[in-house]
Design a binder for this molecule. Structure first.
Ligand code: AMP
Length: 187
């Protein structure tokens, strides 16, 4: 099974994918986590990505596409995987389609967590107190939401047209969102 988890920053993609990997025995690939690790280890990738991430902008397509292309061909992805935070642009989505086609694989679902902007800002500011992520401050949060609207929201239509979109109400407690999502998989 190949799943894409989509939604604005703070929609709960990371939390929900953690819960799915336990139940579905597949792995999660988070481009945000991979990039944050690279930044903290000051690798070449990290040095390239840092300035985009700290401003709340997207890291260039060719960089993240390269990461995903390599990662999904590793042995632990054979049974399937959850993409958390990728794709975020139409170019990324097209590249993913091409890569999967070459591998003879298909997207099972693109799951979109819908949360109103006001609730997202409250959640992200709360997360900033707990995790101290450098991009969880009000100015950067607002930019990330704007970037999401401009670059990533069009992917809703992209996956709706391909018949794989599943829309989930992402409001309320994380447990409530999890049970809405579990219903989709009959788990
Ligand atoms: P996330 O943890 O998914 O919110 O990602 C944190 C940051 O990493 C984003 O604000 C971007 O700067 C960068 N990033 C993560 N995934 C991508 C992607 N698919 N394309 C471009 N930039 C990304």
């Amino acid at each position: 099974m190949i799943l894409i988890l989509m939604g604005p920053p703070g929609a709960g993609k990371g939390t929900q994918s953690q819960r799915l990997i336990d139940k579905l025995s597949i792995i999660q690939i988070s481009t945000g986590d991979i990039l944050r690790k690279a930044v903290s280890e000051e690798t070449e990738l990290g040095l390239k990505a840092k300035k985009f991430m700290s401003a709340g902008n997207l890291v260039p397509d060719e960089v993240v596409i390269g990461i995903i292309e390599e990662r999904i061909q590793e042995a632990d992805c054979a049974n399937g995987f959850i993409l958390d935070g990728f794709p975020r642009t139409t170019e990324q989505a097209d590249s993913l389609d091409n890569i999967l086609n070459k591998l003879g694989k298909k997207i099972s679902y693109a799951i979109y967590f819908d949360v109103p902007e006001k609730e997202l800002i409250v959640r992200l500011l709360k997360r900033s107190e707990i995790e101290s992520r450098s991009d969880d401050n009000l100015e950067t949060i607002k930019n990330r939401l704007k970037v999401f609207k401009e670059k990533t929201e069009p992917l809703l239509e992209y996956y709706r047209e391909r018949g794989v979109l599943q829309f989930i109400d992402g409001t309320g407690k994380m447990e409530e969102v999890t049970s809405r999502m579990n219903k989709l998989f009959g788990i």
